[in-house]
Design a protein around this ligand. Structure first.
Ligand code: UDX
Length: 461
């Protein structure tokens, strides 16, 4: 098929590169010419594992065509997929202006019967509003709006797209739904020809085990629903996942007071198949470009329709206090006055496998430590540059792990990158001033480090 994708972020570019790999002709449209120039050179403008290779191959094969011009892409396309940003406004509501402007730009050049697929995460009702705007707009061509929410996570975007657990399609037109299903099936077929296992490195981090969904027939993973339901499925899934994490973080606080170990507790709880072990990892809290925005958006939207979403408000409040909770632990370890104390924060991205620092709990922690006059040294395998804009005040940007830990009074695991989890604690001990470890992701081997003479502190263990 020939398709256009509007927006070259994590969702748009990953989907585009894989649709191209699967043999489709894909126009990737972005109004930002710098991003388009980078993609034309065969690279992504952000770090996402394995994506550069896919883009470079797709550019070489001419299956992926980056452009800033709708008029070069839309008239050729049978499907246009909207993957633009939907940022949070100050009051928690979602800024939908990029969706509507993408929609009207598509309308200007579209052919009759175009299927407009809405993949950006949006509040319920956005698809209907888009339909209304386009119906009232210029032009009299027929079109069909389908909501097809995206569930990929950063760091594992390629694997998640190759390994779709579900394909949710919402809308009124059966023909339009079938078209997007057929398009996505091409990725599923492509995934069967390659070894998808090699893309799993960052997929396991918050999951109990990796499930290879493409062993289940594609048709059994399709869920065809109404437009509004599809939109609500996506935000509900994210709200539910944040609830799981905040729930685990709440139980971790009880563990801290009682001597129970959160890892043991969640192992026991998660073995109940009704609950499951994934996303029950207590730590520094959740961040990123999706969870904070989507929970705020759902709370705002629930208020608008007359429902006070108290559970979700509590989930967000707990998360907002999680960094401060960890900060109180730091005071218990190093005392009330942090001035002159050297603290190493390992990991700055909001999660492993990405250089994305949007709403990163780790950076919030760093800024709190700087405000308390601690001497802060930071290290991240990928996000050092990106973090600089968000870190207030002066910190030491270390060149490596040993450099970061030099003469430190306390090392904190803030983001659970595998290379920061698997440290050579035996060798590194001599660079510490005081062998204090605060495992804010509960990933270091407590027993091993204690044996080596470190003082270990976790979150709920
Ligand atoms: C999320 C959803 O998982 C994905 O399905 C959706 O499409 C977009 O939003 P993402 O934001 O990339 O994906 O990251 P995710 O892996 O969900 O992690 C989000 C945050 O929660 C991170 O800060 C992570 O460290 C934290 N987290 C996750 C925990 O603290 N504990 C957990 O058990 C899981």
């Amino acid at each position: 098929m020939t398709v256009s994708i509007v927006g070259t972020g994590y969702v748009g570019l990953t989907t585009g590169a894989l649709l191209a790999a699967a043999g489709n002709k894909v126009y990737c449209i972005d109004v930002d010419s710098k991003k388009i120039e980078t993609i034309k050179k065969g690279r992504s403008h952000f770090y996402e594992p394995w994506l550069d290779k896919l883009i470079s191959e797709a550019i070489k094969s001419k299956k992926l065509i980056p452009t800033t011009r709708y008029r070069d892409a839309i008239p050729q396309s049978e499907i246009a997929i909207i993957c633009v940003g939907t940022p949070s406004k100050g009051d928690g509501s979602v800024d939908l202006s990029y969706i509507y402007s993408a929609g009207t730009s598509i309308q200007k050049y579209m052919i009759d019967d175009l299927v407009i697929v809405q993949k950006s995460t949006v509040p319920v009702g956005t698809g209907r509003r888009l339909e209304r705007i386009l119906k009232n707009g210029a032009g009299n061509k027929k079109f069909h709006v389908v909501s097809c929410p995206e569930f990929l996570a950063e760091g594992s975007a390629v694997f998640d797209t190759l390994n779709m657990d579900r394909v949710v399609v919402g809308g009124d037109s059966e023909m339009a739904k079938q078209k997007i299903i057929r398009l996505l099936k091409s990725i599923d077929e492509f995934s069967k020809k390659i070894d998808t296992k090699k893309f799993t490195k960052y997929s396991k981090i918050y999951k109990n085990k990796i499930v290879f969904h493409n062993e289940t027939p594609f048709k059994d993973r399709i869920l065809s629903v109404g437009l509004e339901s599809a939109e609500l499925i996506k935000v509900t899934a994210n709200a539910f996942l944040t609830t799981k994490i905040s729930f685990a973080n709440s139980i971790a606080r009880i563990c801290d007071q009682t001597g129970a170990d959160i890892l043991e507790v969640m192992e026991g709880v998660g073995r109940d198949e009704r609950i499951g072990k994934s996303f029950l990892y207590a730590g520094l809290g959740w961040g990123g470009g999706c969870f904070p925005k989507d929970t705020a958006g759902l709370i705002y939207h629930a208020d608008e329709v007359g429902f006070d979403f108290k559970i979700l408000k509590a989930v967000v409040d707990l998360n907002n206090s999680q960094v401060l909770y960890v900060l109180r632990k730091i005071h218990r370890i190093l005392g009330a006055d942090l001035e002159g104390k050297k603290i190493t924060v390992l990991g700055l991205s909001f999660k492993p496998g990405t250089s994305d620092v949007r709403i990163s709990p780790s950076i919030r922690l760093v800024n709190n430590l700087v405000r308390k006059s601690a001497t802060v040294s930071v290290y991240d395998p990928k996000a050092l540059q990106e973090a600089k804009a968000d870190i207030d005040g002066s910190v030491y940007y270390a060149k490596g792990i040993a450099d970061a830990l030099k003469k430190t009074d306390l090392a904190i695991l803030a983001t659970d990158w595998p290379e920061l989890v698997d440290l050579d604690f035996k060798k590194l001990k001599r660079v510490f001033k005081k062998p204090n470890l605060l495992d804010a992701r509960n990933k270091w081997d407590k027993e091993q480090v204690v044996k080596l003479g470190y003082k270990y502190f976790g979150v709920g263990r």
